[in-house]
Design a protein around this ligand. Structure first.
Ligand code: NAD
Length: 245
């Protein structure tokens, strides 16, 4: 592993415009379970086709909000950036890392100090009305769901949902275009903690590689795009990234 990290560090040293592309694995060491990890995959316990599917949500929002109240909210509020997030923030301060593109909805890259973060699937700390576009912060809604399930909009009585992309929904406007631009204009992509199984996001490392960038994948276990990597490091993000730095 040390040999691979040394090679990766040489690539980082030679690169002037790095893009990081992160998934649930980068937040695993902050205590937020991944969806598809071998040991902690959340989907072994909860069915994503139910709680993260827009059609099901509209039919039965109470199922999602119970999951949010009992499980999701607790893990999100008790979590903070880990050594991997902090290493990426440091890489930006060093003038190396230009953009973080994340599939995560936990906001931890911004908490760590990264300033140019594209949240491809939105941010779960903002709760929005599906009817009138009003936004609420998640502490307000968390208080409300103790007594009202599902929570409804104060202004119009519409259905509330975190501003995150569920299965069956489009990505936030402009997010994929901005991410594609960043990928086409970087010289190194660091992929961290993603199985690279969720499209269209998973197409980004291939896009970067085709534009001439080198690709380093740091992930615990295999990804579906291992063949795209110039360097593949099977390890924990919170251990590998500080060493790389
Ligand atoms: P994924 O669950 O499909 O894959 C995560 C990968 O990270 C797995 O291969 C796992 O083995 C690996 N991993 C686990 N711990 C790791 C560690 N410490 N270091 C490095 N790798 C580690 O996640 P994905 O590819 O991001 O796609 C799933 C979808 O899940 C995304 O759309 C995302 O929105 C959503 N999601 C987000 C969060 C979050 O915001 N923190 C958490 C769960 C799921």
């Amino acid at each position: 592993m040390n040999d691979l990290i040394n090679k990766a560090a040489q690539l980082v040293a030679r690169s002037g415009r790095i893009v990081a592309f992160t998934g649930a694995g980068v937040s695993a060491e902050s205590g937020i379970p991944t969806y598809r990890g071998e040991s902690d995959g959340l989907w072994k316990e909860y069915d994503p086709n139910i709680y993260a599917n827009i059609d099901y949500f509209k039919k039965d929002p109470t199922y999602f909000w119970s999951f949010f109240r009992d499980i999701r909210y607790r893990t999100l509020v008790s979590s903070s950036p880990n050594a991997a997030h902090n290493a990426l923030a440091k890489l930006e301060q060093m003038g190396k890392l230009h953009t973080v593109i994340t599939q995560n909805i936990d906001g931890l890259h911004k908490d760590a100090g990264n300033t140019n973060v594209i949240e491809l699937h939105g941010n779960t700390r903002v709760i929005g009305c599906l009817e009138c576009e009003a936004d609420y912060d998640f502490e307000t809604i968390n208080t409300r769901i103790k007594t009202q399930l599902p929570p409804l909009c104060d202004k119009c009585g519409g259905m509330l949902k975190p501003r995150v992309t569920f299965f069956g929904e489009q990505l936030p406007a402009g997010a994929m275009e901005n991410a594609a631009y960043a990928c086409a204009n970087c010289d190194l992509m660091l992929v961290v903690g993603s199985t690279l199984a969720v499209f269209p996001a998973a197409s980004l490392p291939m896009m970067a590689s085709r534009s001439g960038a080198k690709v380093i994948i740091i992930n615990l276990g295999q990804t579906e795009m291992d063949q795209v990597a110039d360097i593949l490091i099977d390890g924990k993000a919170g251990e590998v990234l500080p060493l790389l730095l």
